[in-house]
Design a protein around this ligand. Structure first.
Ligand code: CAO
Length: 261
């Protein structure tokens, strides 16, 4: 078998770990890796999640306008000293769509057979770190600006990488985004982060040729999104309507201005 440098403590082979060498070594003996910390928590929560009846809804969205907006923020607002990516725009537009479809921002209590519609949009962002997979959440996204979301995302990322997230940072999430595309892959099909009822996987944005309305071939930046949901709470039609709304905001981010507070 070909594995990463055996001095690496990180079983994920994550290049964010200072312990991981880029060199490969041949190793012929079995090794036992006890599950600890975030990895142990992931094993527990995913075992729970696997008992939930899931369904997947896949859609592709055109990110051209989103990428232009991000470039414009970066050029025009360089004095803020912030690196803009498109993720905060996706987080904000997701919150706008959730305002219209609150069932996706809910929790399910199996015992009482009750759905609790959550008052805040606490949007979790899955982060693979050298310490394992962790999902800190950005609290009250509905009342944050895009700059505030960008700063909060960066704060959470720094803390996640140094394994210093507080229990408040990782609890109280109401829906999760897993941006697997920042590492690679067209789309993922994740399991919900219990007791949340939806998790959204973002695929890698790819430039591909598309036909425009006049039948001409033109390049477009396309991203696949996969919304995995708890089928006890949500049905396909609700998720499809929610996704249409979110997609509208992603493809025409100027529409955000109409409703944003
Ligand atoms: N497709 C294409 N490009 C992407 C992308 C995607 N889906 N997601 C991010 N990128 C790009 C960004 O635009 C940025 O581009 P530039 O270098 O040109 O500026 C670059 O990749 C790096 O982005 P980033 O990851 O630093 O920033 P982000 O705001 O997109 O994400 C954070 C922030 C904290 C979520 C991220 O750093 C992180 O930790 N990602 C982990 C993702 C992960 O672990 N996914 C697996 C989850 S398993 O369930």
């Amino acid at each position: 078998i070909l594995i990463e440098d055996s001095s690496a403590k990180n079983f994920l082979g994550d290049q964010t770990s200072p312990n991981v060498s880029s060199a490969y070594v041949w190793e012929f003996e079995d090794r036992s890796l006890p599950l600890r910390g975030f990895h142990r928590a992931m094993a527990k929560s995913m075992t729970l999640a696997a008992k939930i009846p899931h369904f997947q809804y896949v859609e592709e969205v055109n990110c051209d306008a989103l990428l232009d907006l991000r470039a414009s923020f970066q050029n025009e607002m360089s004095d803020l000293g912030i690196k803009f990516t498109f993720l905060p725009l996706l987080v904000k537009s997701l919150s706008m769509a959730l305002s219209k479809y609150p069932l996706l921002n809910s929790c399910f209590n199996e015992e009482s057979q009750e759905v609790l519609l959550k008052g805040s949009h606490n949007i979790g962002i899955a982060m693979a770190t050298a310490h394992g997979l962790v999902v800190p959440n950005i609290k009250k996204v509905q009342s944050l600006s895009i700059v505030e979301i960008t700063k909060e995302l960066s704060r959470l990322q720094e803390l996640a990488l140094s394994n210093k997230l507080s229990s408040d940072d990782v609890s109280g999430g109401t829906i999760t985004i897993s941006n697997i595309g920042s590492i690679g892959g067209k789309f993922g099909s994740p399991l919900v982060n219990v007791p949340e009822v939806s998790i959204i996987a973002l695929g890698r944005i790819q430039k591909i040729p598309l036909f425009d309305e006049d039948g001409n071939l033109c390049p477009a930046s396309i991203m696949m999104i996969n919304i995995s949901s708890d089928h006890r709470v949500l049905d396909g039609a609700t998720v499809a309507r929610f996704c249409n709304e979110w997609k509208r905001f992603i493809e025409k981010p100027e529409l955000l201005m109409l409703q944003m507070r």
